[in-house]
Design a protein. Structure first.
Length: 603
């Protein structure tokens, strides 16, 4: 296929607007897969994806389509469907010349539609607007067209109306892709230049990359070099996804395909990296950045005897997911474990769900936190601090306030779209989460869009659920990285009978200190069983006690229900009680069951 007969495109949509369904229909219509009931979402390959109905890992497929006497190669470049993966979305888009912007004709434009539109618009990609689900009784095509016109300046006559479910209008989508999208600007005779826009792990063959060939050709035996790592590899196999790997001799400029070259881990195949022929360097493609974890959490086996099994499961998953960062961690209460960094909350959920589903591991995940930056006064003279600014991933490592000159926290710019009848409650929700309103506008006569800057920490736990619940599910939410902002942060410690418990340490904004401390103290009070003596629970800010509560003394008499009875039965009950005690952790003289920690630390 010469470049003029190639079209590279993505489908971008808000979650559930029908991207996977449309992809399946395109594959069927072009004969790439046969029409059958089993075809439900061929491209969503992970079990979690099928269960949750979301795309986590992008999958790409090539389609061959005959249109007016000419045969075209259409490369459908799938994108992950969630904010956590917006960097991957933007990389996938770099491999395209255009996008199908899919909008549910009933729900209309949602937060992710807006975010995705701008990703494509900023890249000067041609946008094919498509209304999906027009078969639905509640479809409101006119209103949604009006939203698209006012927000994106898209004329009604350019908007296609389809039903991916019923398969109506699929030919119109293919026609628009061929007629409206430009072909890739590609030069087969120039030196090799290719973009890695996705990678995954295969047990037998190592890392497999999806690549878009910008210039040149690539085939078995070509010596290639990664611009990011500087490592050289020999190409073992190339081909196209049709829809699974199908080997071809050579990939040419303008094409999209896969590459196997002896990379052992997906970490070597960084998304966004440029590869070129060894000894023939080219200017790398702009915009590359290594994946940056923003949400950190401790992960521990429920039972320490499963430690090594869990380690090997995590190692296997990491082979496939280069964006997770790992550090070994240990906790007096939870034992040996790890501190893992994720792109976002969904990424974390997906990872733990895969551990459970694919490796049958039972794990405890601690409440997540974000990376804070702290500037240290006179860091040069303090041995443990290498630089003036340090990043804190674990709250118990927060330095003493007397040596801190400034703290900052990661913030995000979010888009919230809601029916205006919920305006009041949405506003109070974002104010309670320290959100700063940047902009607001009506996208049609009853829907409003807010642009709000949030501290990331305020939205990583239960924000989305709360937003959904106060708006009866009508609001949508999306966010992008917005750097760091200076903030008044403090560390709160928790003590049991005067002894500080490290893993309960919490970093929070000064305005939230009391509220958060009260919550943790109440949880501890509920979770720690009464003991033979009184237990004082305290929340402390430096030496100041913020909140205090006590658990009254009590003796659990395990023999109470044993009237008379024989001695062996009594011994057995006492032995069981002793066993139970072993599972407790001692803090000073206080016994704390592991479950109590879990209930406080868990998200
Ligand atoms: P993500 O992968 O999470 O982004 O979701 P998606 O956009 O791929 O959505 P998906 O294709 O999974 O469709 C979501 C739901 O909408 C499914 O239950 C589909 O059956 C349904 N759906 C998709 N297209 C249509 C349509 O044209 N009409 C109707 N009535 N339902 C549709």
């Amino acid at each position: 296929f010469s470049p003029d007969r190639i079209r590279n495109f993505s489908i971008i949509a808000h979650i559930d607007h029908g991207k996977s369904t449309l992809a399946d229909r395109l594959l069927e219509y072009t004969g790439t897969i046969s029409r059958s009931a089993d075809n439900k979402q061929v491209l969503d390959k992970l079990q979690v994806e099928r269960e949750r109905g979301i795309t986590v890992k992008a999958q790409t497929a090539s389609l061959i389509y005959q249109y007016q006497d000419t045969t075209y190669l259409l490369n459908l470049i799938d994108t992950p469907g969630h904010v956590d993966f917006s960097y991957e979305v933007s990389r996938s888009l770099s491999a395209c010349q255009g996008v199908v912007l899919l909008v549910d004709a009933n729900q209309g434009v949602q937060a992710q539609t807006v975010a995705n539109f701008y990703l494509a618009f900023e890249r000067d990609l041609v946008i094919i607007p498509v209304l999906n689900k027009i078969d639905l009784k509640g479809a409101r095509p006119d209103e949604v067209c009006q939203q698209m016109e006012s927000l994106f300046d898209i004329g009604k006559s350019d908007i296609l109306q389809i039903s991916a479910k019923l398969g109506t209008g699929i030919d119109l989508v293919l026609k628009a892709i061929i007629e409206r999208l430009p072909c890739p600007q590609a030069d087969r005779n120039a030196p090799l230049k290719a973009l890695i826009f996705d990678s995954w792990y295969d047990k037998w063959r190592g890392a497999i990359s999806s690549i878009a060939l910008i210039d040149g050709t690539i085939k078995k035996g070509t010596k290639i070099k990664s611009n990011y790592t500087g490592k050289v590899y020999e190409v073992q196999e190339t081909g196209i996804m049709y829809p699974n790997e199908q080997e071809t001799n050579t990939l040419y400029a303008g094409q999209v395909g896969y590459l196997i070259c002896g990379m052992k881990m997906t970490k070597e195949a960084q998304i966004g990296d440029t590869i070129y022929q060894d000894m023939v360097p080219v200017k790398s493609l702009p915009g590359f950045k290594p994946a940056k974890p923003m949400v950190f959490a401790g992960i521990y086996p429920v039972d320490q005897s499963e430690y090594s099994a869990l380690r090997s499961a995590i190692e296997k998953l990491l082979l496939n997911d280069s964006s997770v960062s790992v550090n070994i961690d240990s906790s007096a209460a939870l034992g040996q474990g790890w501190r893992l960094g994720f792109l976002g909350l969904l990424h974390m959920d997906v990872f733990s769900q895969r551990l459970e589903q694919e490796y049958d591991a039972s794990v405890i995940i601690t409440s997540p936190n974000v990376p804070y930056k702290v500037k240290i006064i006179g860091a040069k003279n303090i041995k443990q601090y290498k630089g003036e600014e340090i990043t804190i991933l674990n709250p118990s490592h927060f330095p003493d306030p007397s040596i801190i000159s400034e703290c900052s926290e990661p913030v995000v710019l979010s888009t919230i779209i809601t029916p205006d009848s919920y305006m009041g409650s949405v506003t109070s929700l974002f104010l309670s989460r320290r959100g700063q309103l940047k902009d607001q506008l009506y996208i049609d006569n009853k829907r409003i869009m807010f642009k709000v800057v949030f501290p990331l920490n305020e939205i990583i736990v239960d924000f989305f659920d709360e937003l959904k619940s106060i708006t009866s599910g009508y609001a949508s939410f999306d966010y992008e990285d917005y750097g760091y902002e200076s903030a008044n942060l403090v560390k709160v410690d928790f003590a049991l009978n005067g002894l500080i418990v490290d893993e309960l340490a919490m970093i929070c904004h000064s305005s939230k200190v009391l509220e958060n401390s009260k919550r943790v103290v109440a949880k501890l009070k509920e979770a720690i069983p009464r003991q033979l003596f009184e237990i004082a629970i305290q929340a402390k800010l430096s030496s100041k006690i913020l909140v205090r509560d006590t658990i009254k003394a009590y003796r659990k008499d395990v023999l109470a229900k044993c009237y008379g009875g024989d001695i062996t039965r009594k011994m057995k009950l006492l032995r069981q009680q002793a066993e139970g005690k072993k599972k407790m952790k001692r803090y000073g003289n206080v016994d704390v069951p592991k479950d109590a920690f879990i209930s406080v630390l868990k998200k």
